[in-house]
Design a protein around this ligand. Structure first.
Ligand SMILES: [Zn+2]
Ligand SMILES: [Zn+2]
Length: 270
C-alpha cells in the first residue's frame, strides 16, 4: 500500500486535521501522482459539512488536482513518468454502458466514482481526494496539463473550469454573442474568462459594484448591476446566453427578461 498524508474532515463544521491513510497499489491501468496543487471547490465545503447528507468521515476533499506522474501501471499507454497531469471530480466509471461509450461518464448508468466520498468499483474502499500528497487514479480519468501554463492557476480548471466551459460549448456560444455571466465567484470568474476568450461581448451581471471592477479586469466588457431596476429594464431582450452562477436560491425572473426570444440561461451553481 502507498502511505499518503492528507488533511481530512472528521465531522461537520470542524477544521480539517492531518490524516494518514493507504492508497491502493497500482493496478495495470493506474497512475500514481505526486500532487503539487489542489483547488478548493465549494463542493468540498458542502461535503465536509455534510450539506448533501451522505458524507462518510473521515473524508479527504479535493477534486481540482494537479500533479506529476511518478509511477504507471503495466498497461498505461497515454502517460509516462514525469508528465504533468490533472484529475477532476471523477476517477472511474463502468466504461461499457451507453453513457460511457458516448464519453459522458458523468451519466454512467452504473454511477460514476467520485474523486472522494465514493466507493471504488473494484475494492469498495472509500475514495479520498486531493488535499493529500499523492493519489492513484485510473489512466482514463487523468488529463494532460500543458507545462507552459500556471499550474496553481490550472487546478480550478478541473472543476470550476469544466463546469463553466461545458454549457458555453454545449450552447455554442460564439464570437459576437452577447453573453451575461451572473455572479462572480469561483464559477463566474471562469465564465467571464472563457466567454471573453470566445470573443463574445461579455456582460458581468452582479449586485456588487466592486465585483464589477474585478470582472472587467478578467475580461468583461460591461457591468450590469442587478439591483438597478432601471438598468435591468434597459437590458431586456438583449442577451444570447446567460450563465447563472448564483449559489443560493433566488428569483430567476428578472434575469429571464434579459434574454432574447428562444435564448438560453443555464444554472450551474444550484
Ligand atoms: Zn468542484
Ligand atoms: Zn457507464
Amino acid at each position: 500500500m502507498i502511505l499518503t498524508k492528507s488533511y481530512a474532515a472528521f465531522e461537520a463544521h470542524k477544521d480539517l486535521e492531518p490524516y494518514q491513510f493507504d492508497r491502493r497499489e497500482l493496478r495495470d491501468d493506474d497512475i500514481l501522482i505526486d500532487i503539487t496543487f489542489c483547488g478548493v471547490c465549494h463542493s468540498d465545503l458542502h461535503t465536509v459539512n455534510n450539506d448533501w447528507k451522505g458524507t462518510k468521515y473521515p473524508v479527504v476533499p479535493g477534486h481540482e488536482i494537479i500533479g506529476k506522474v511518478v509511477a504507471i501501471g503495466s498497461k498505461v499507454t497515454q502517460f509516462k513518468v514525469g508528465d504533468t497531469i490533472g484529475v477532476g471530480c471523477m476517477v472511474d466509471s463502468c466504461q461499457t454502458c451507453h453513457a460511457c461509450e458516448e464519453g459522458i461518464e458523468q451519466y454512467c448508468e452504473k454511477g460514476f466514482t467520485p474523486t472522494y466520498n465514493g466507493k471504488d468499483r473494484i475494492d469498495q474502499i472509500m475514495t479520498q481526494g486531493g488535499y493529500s500528497d499523492k493519489i492513484v487514479v485510473r489512466e482514463k480519468f487523468c488529463l494532460h496539463i500543458p507545462e507552459n501554463i500556471h499550474l496553481a492557476g490550472a487546478a480550478p480548471l478541473l472543476c470550476a473550469g469544466i463546469t463553466t466551459w461545458s454549457p458555453l460549448a454545449h450552447w455554442k456560444v460564439k464570437e459576437g454573442d452577447t453573453v451575461g455571466i451572473i455572479g462572480l465567484g469561483g464559477l463566474g470568474h471562469m465564465g467571464v474568462k472563457f466567454a471573453h476568450a470566445l470573443k463574445a461581448h461579455v456582460v458581468m451581471i452582479t449586485s456588487s459594484e466592486s465585483k464589477g471592477e474585478d470582472a472587467k479586469r478578467l475580461g468583461a466588457d460591461e457591468v450590469l448591476i442587478s439591483s438597478d431596476k432601471e438598468a435591468m429594464k434597459k437590458n431586456k431582450n438583449r442577451f444570447d446566453f446567460l450563465l447563472n452562477t448564483i449559489p443560493v436560491n433566488h428569483d430567476a425572473n428578472p434575469y429571464i427578461q434579459l434574454l432574447k426570444t428562444d435564448s438560453v440561461m443555464v444554472f450551474i451553481a444550484q
